[in-house]
Design a protein around this ligand. Structure first.
Ligand code: SF4
Length: 503
């Protein structure tokens, strides 16, 4: 039995049917479907190897596991359904999450719009109140929580106390976690909140390589981001490019375990090996050649619109990469940030988002990048934030104008309400009562756009194998249901003229 058990709730411990994007379904409450079906769409149970160890586990948990194992600590990731087997002997229970309490985007806007708690929040609370976790606590197990959503515990002091969480670790954990766990194993006093400052952030050679497979073959190629947007916490971290040999070894950990998918994780995949914000051709090509040698299917986590435009204009790099990718698959999925169409707002809060192009030409950069992706079968899930501090009516009108220009490009645009993070962490959360007519119009346009393109994507690209037909049917039903709701909602609101609606 391991001394240290690492786990998370079902919405995280899943491979989401091999489609990372379906994991986002868990950020909302069950809409138009029973909760069990909703959870099955977003987070089916993973394959279990024996004794409750999942075949694939979230990459962040794998990094923590690797760090502990490397430091001689007996640690194992266990699926939440199997914690009962470990309840008597576990000395330290570690829980990680991207969004413990659903305060992050896009959970918080689903919550705000529907007035109902998202599934990920409910699921995490169920884990912490489950019989095995309560039994562990009664037996004196120390509980350590961490991950990108660590900050959310500060807004939930009652649950922190009620669930007996001893320490919350905020920041990159690999370097600090072995000594913290050793302290816990020895029964020494633990800090209640451990913020990982710059001096404790691991250097490249201090980042351990995963030793067991990650969900959907996710491997990290970079950490940090040079663009410095004020609302983003990534920007507080130093920039590190993971050497290609290290990335390859992690891909091979996955491939040898039968995970033939690869998901390259970076805040901007096209900046791999770049100096600053201008992509370079050679490192990006080499990275893709290496990855495609091993995997049967590839995806990117994030790319910036400016890098997409620059890479194509300077090197035709997007076409070259997609030519390679299309030897294996029809399309490539990625998340990109549009955030705002307000030029003055962009100047204030994300002045480098458009670089190397001037921020004044943000609309051209966005449209050009959308066009490049559309023509090359890259399907972006695009984030757009409303309620940013200092946002004006003019910014919202410019956003609406930009959304109109983007109608013709295949994409899913996901609106998000402002959550105070990064340099703006002391600002106010966006609340329902702050919603203006222009916010409603922005939301309406994004829903119209995304519903139109979701149908197209489902028809042409997604879930085409017969085995995936039930899942496909449920998604089609969900899109139909949302479309009906959005249409009936729009009829009640005079601000939303049908003529102005997209698509
Ligand atoms: S480009 Fe994206 S990851 Fe980079 S600082 Fe801006 S929001 Fe954060």
């Amino acid at each position: 039995m391991p001394e240290v058990v690492i786990t998370t709730d079902r919405t995280m411990m899943s491979n989401h049917h091999g489609k990372e994007f379906l994991g986002f379904v868990a950020t909302g409450p069950a809409i138009g479907l029973p909760e069990g079906l909703w959870l099955w769409i977003s987070s089916p149970k993973p394959k279990i190897l024996g004794d409750g160890e999942p075949l694939e586990a979230p990459y962040g948990l794998r990094k923590v596991e690797a760090s502990l194992i490397k430091n001689g600590i007996d640690a194992k990731i266990i699926d939440p359904d199997y914690l009962g087997k470990y309840a008597e002997e576990t000395k330290v229970l570690m829980v990680g999450h991207h969004d413990f309490f659903a305060y992050g985007p896009p959970s918080n806007e689903w919550w705000l719009i529907t007035g109902r708690e998202p599934i990920n929040r409910i699921s995490f609370a169920k884990l912490m109140e489950s019989e095995p976790v309560r039994r562990m606590k009664k037996n004196g197990t120390k509980i350590i929580a961490g991950g990108p959503a660590a900050w959310q515990w500060l807004y939930e002091p009652d649950k922190w106390k009620r669930w007996g969480v001893d320490t919350v670790v905020d920041g990159e954990a690999e370097k600090v976690i072995p000594s913290l766990v050793r302290k816990a194993l020895k029964g020494e006093e633990l800090p209640s909140y451990l913020y990982v400052g710059v001096k404790d952030v691991p250097l490249l050679d201090e980042i351990p390589e995963i030793v067991k497979p990650s969900v959907n073959g996710l491997v990290e190629i970079m950490r940090g981001c040079p663009r410095g947007c004020m609302f983003c916490s990534v920007t507080l971290r130093p920039l590190r490019h993971i050497p290609i040999e290290k990335v390859e070894r992690e891909i091979l950990v996955n491939v040898r375990a039968g995970i033939k998918r690869g998901l390259l994780h970076s805040e901007d995949v096209l900046l791999y090996g770049a100096d600053g914000v201008k992509p370079k051709e050679e490192p990006v090509i080499k990275l893709h050649e290496m990855a495609l040698k091993h995997v049967e299917e590839l995806a990117w986590s994030h790319a910036s619109l400016a890098a997409i435009r620059y890479a194509q204009e300077k090197y035709k790099l997007i076409s070259k990469i997609m030519e390679m990718v299309k030897t294996k698959q029809d399309f490539l999925g990625v998340e990109v940030g549009l955030e705002t169409g307000g030029i003055e707002l962009a100047k204030k809060i994300m002045p480098a988002k458009s670089a190397p192009y001037p921020v004044e030409s943000w609309h051209e950069t966005v449209e050009e990048a959308f066009k490049i992706m559309h023509e090359n079968d890259i399907i972006p899930a695009v984030t757009l934030i409303i309620g940013l501090p200092e946002e004006t009516e003019k910014d919202l009108l410019q956003t609406i104008e930009l959304l109109d220009r983007l109608k013709q490009y295949r994409s899913l645009i996901v609106p998000m309400m402002f959550v105070p993070m990064g340099a703006l962490k002391n600002k106010e959360f966006y609340r329902r009562e702050m919603m203006t007519d222009l916010h409603i119009e922005v939301l309406y346009k994004t829903y119209q756009h995304s519903i139109f393109w979701a149908k197209d994507i489902l028809k042409k690209y997604y879930l085409k194998s017969p085995l995936q037909f039930p899942l496909r049917g449920l998604l089609e039903f969900f899109i139909w249901y949302v479309e009906r709701k959005v249409n009936s909602f729009s009829e009640e609101l005079p601000i939303l003229s049908k003529e102005g609606a997209t698509t």
